[in-house]
Design a protein around this ligand. Structure first.
Ligand code: ADP
Ligand code: ZN
Length: 636
């Protein structure tokens, strides 16, 4: 009798229930239908094709663009007892022959293959010979010529529809905007596909945006105070900034490594590998990094520069916390970001229609950055989903920012920009507003303007914040070709006349300096340590064992068990194989392979922990042993 999806979920992957639309998606594929699956990073797309691959007869083919990561994916599946293999240019000829023989003999259920390899006649002919369970196209947005991940080979995947009629196909991506969706359906000839848009909320990710002051220092503080020893990704806009930031972090003792398209392939792969296999590596990258990386224990994603769209932001931040444990999405944002991004759009080669779309996307991103209300709500609304009743996990929900009626202040600022001739930069305009009459101000006679000094009641930082917010809203514009002069836009008129109310959010630098903490930081550590110090020590011991096993087998630690599984072991302390099997992520194969060794760790630890109760004099010693394992980087 064939296994049901539910059986496979439990027996192979060790999970007790499906998430979101997984069940419906799997049923569609098992029934032979095509689908397009749009789910955010970390929502659980892989199981959507892995389970049909095991339920349906024959082998499933998974097209994936990232050769460097295929091996990890295959290793992960093999750990769970799945008969998986890959075909790509990194394989030796003998290995290729092995895989081909395995396929012919029905010994492979899941084959990961690079698109160019799949489309080679040799592979196609081989696939003609065997039963195909499913063709899955991962990272399907790579067919989109507009996207930054465009891969020309992906366009040729359309041919699979004719070559293998009757084989269900599934395209998957985390990029969910409408044009990309249409392109995928069209270019992959998925006319009959059912479209599943699923579960965009990532409740374990805490969204935070801070005003950019000294971004590197701010980042260093985030890492030191909340993410010591954690794996994370830092995104920067330029290669140079990537290099500088990585070097700067390294000087501060953080294992940070650069990643961008300008590095040699060897260095890039080595850095990626260190990140994937390590436990506390920070990768500093341009957007070139991240696709196809399914490392589950990325604890933070930090943006030092503003992404160009909410799609990009959501995809990048989604790489945090796939294991469901608490994770941070943090961004430093300032006026220069607005200016740079606007300039990128305006100066691009794209046609006008495209530019209009890009501008809209940027405006949405800016709106999000300036938000005074729940960020999660705004993100989900943007992606067309209804928000959860309660967020309680973004900076604005945790510490609602003050807003103030800035109608008058906006007028003062706009008027000052206007009267000084719409050619001076922020610093100058703010000086005039605050009545700071330097030599230059006097030379231009601006100390005699009616707006001179009308803003003396606010400090320069406050005025800069007003400028940024008005620029973000499109009332002011920064002249990027000249000297950064501020200019009014057509939108400014009603505000200048005081016909519309302007409400702004109060940036919190002053408030923050007093309290020494970013909004949203409060409670992160507590939240992450909810398991308590007793569990922490056992968690560390389990983690050490996992590391040994990973090194022995040359695989990333997380393919043995996710942190989430180790946390559950530390909390529940299973004593028998039966209890161990109930831990999420423990399937039949992992139980058999690792049950004994991890139970032994739990057992040994239990004895150590119990000992002090019997003999208080050993308390110090026992605790001492445990604490010794409490290195930085072992935060829960
Ligand atoms: P995506 O490909 O959508 O980015 P993944 O397929 O890598 O996401 O899944 C993210 C994480 O969620 C993985 O660690 C996976 O093991 C876990 N996961 C997926 N589905 C379930 C489920 N039904 N129950 C528990 N964990 C799940
Ligand atoms: Zn919120």
């Amino acid at each position: 009798m064939p296994a049901t999806p539910q059986d496979v979920l439990r027996r192979v992957f060790g999970y007790s229930g499906f998430r979101g639309q997984q069940e419906a998606i799997i049923a569609r594929a098992v029934g032979g239908g095509d689908s397009l699956v749009l789910m955010p990073t970390g929502a659980g797309k892989s199981l959507c094709y892995q389970i049909p691959a095991l339920v349906r007869p024959g082998a499933a083919v998974v097209v994936s663009p990232l050769i460097a990561l295929m091996r990890d994916q295959v290793d992960g599946l093999r750990q769970a007892g799945v008969r998986a293999a890959c075909l790509n240019s990194t394989l030796a000829y003998r290995e290729v022959l092995d895989v081909e023989a395995g396929l012919r003999a029905g010994r492979i259920d899941l084959l990961y293959v690079a698109p160019e390899r799949l489309l080679g006649e040799r592979t196609l002919a081989l696939l003609d010979e065997i039963d195909l369970a499913l063709i899955a196209v991962d990272e399907a947005h790579c067919v989109s010529q507009w996207g930054h991940d465009f891969r020309p080979e992906y366009l040729e995947l359309a041919a699979l529809a004719e070559r293998f009629p009757g084989v269900p196909r599934m395209a998957l991506t985390a990029t969910a905007d409408e044009p990309t969706r249409r392109e995928i359906l069209d270019r992959l000839r998925l006319g009959d596909a059912r479209v599943f848009v699923g579960g965009f909320d990532r409740p374990n990710i805490r969204y935070r945006v801070v005003p950019k002051q000294n971004p590197r220092e701010q980042l260093a503080r985030l890492l030191a105070e909340e993410h010591a020893g954690d794996a994370g990704i830092v995104y920067c806009l330029s290669r140079r900034r990537v290099e500088e930031t990585a070097a700067w972090l390294r000087e501060r003792g953080i294992d940070a490594r650069p990643y961008h398209a300008g590095l040699g392939a060897r260095e890039r792969d080595a850095n990626q590998e260190a990140f994937v296999r390590g436990e506390g590596v920070v990768i500093v990258a341009t957007i070139a990094f991240g696709m196809g990386i399914d490392k589950p224990d990325v604890r933070f994603v930090a943006h030092l520069d503003l992404p160009g769209s909410l799609e990009a932001y959501y995809q990048e931040t989604g790489r945090a916390g796939r294991d469901g444990l608490p994770a941070t999405a943090w961004m430093a944002y300032g006026l220069q970001d607005v200016v740079t991004r606007r300039q990128m759009v305006d100066g691009s080669e794209a046609d006008d229609a495209r530019k209009r779309i890009e501008r809209r996307k940027l405006d949405a991103m800016l709106g999000y950055s300036e938000l005074a209300t729940c960020r999660r709500r705004s993100l989900l609304a943007y992606f067309g989903e209804s928000p959860p009743a309660r967020c309680a996990n973004c900076d604005n929900c945790l510490e609602p920012p003050e807003t103030w009626d800035a109608t008058e202040d906006a007028r003062k600022l706009l008027s000052c920009v206007y009267r000084t001739g719409q050619r001076f930069g922020v610093a100058y305009v703010v000086d005039v507003l605050r009545g700071k009459g330097g030599e230059r101000v006097r030379r231009f006679g601006h100390d005699r303007l009616p707006t001179f000094g009308v803003g003396a009641d606010r400090d320069a930082a406050e005025w800069r914040s007003v400028v940024r917010q008005l620029v973000a809203r499109g009332l002011l514009q920064v002249d990027v070709d000249g000297y950064g002069g501020l200019r009014l836009t057509g939108e400014a008129r009603p505000a200048l006349r005081g016909e519309v109310a302007v409400t702004l959010r109060r940036d919190a630098p002053a408030r923050r300096a007093r309290r020494g903490r970013d909004a949203g930081a409060a409670g992160v550590q507590e939240r992450r340590r909810s398991a308590g110090p007793a569990h922490q020590a056992l968690f560390d011991a389990l983690r050490a064992r996992r590391r040994e096993l990973a090194v022995d087998q040359g695989v990333p630690p997380y393919v043995i068990f996710h942190d989430a599984s180790l946390v559950a072991m530390a909390e529940r302390r299973p004593r028998s194989p039966g209890e161990f099997a109930a831990i999420p992520g423990v399937g039949a194969t992992k139980l058999e392979r690792y049950g004994e060794t991890f139970l032994a760790v739990i057992h040994a630890h239990g004895d150590a922990a119990d000992a002090p109760a019997v003999n208080p004099s050993t308390t110090g010693a026992a605790a001492g042993t445990d604490v010794a394992g409490d290195r930085p980087g072992t935060d829960l």
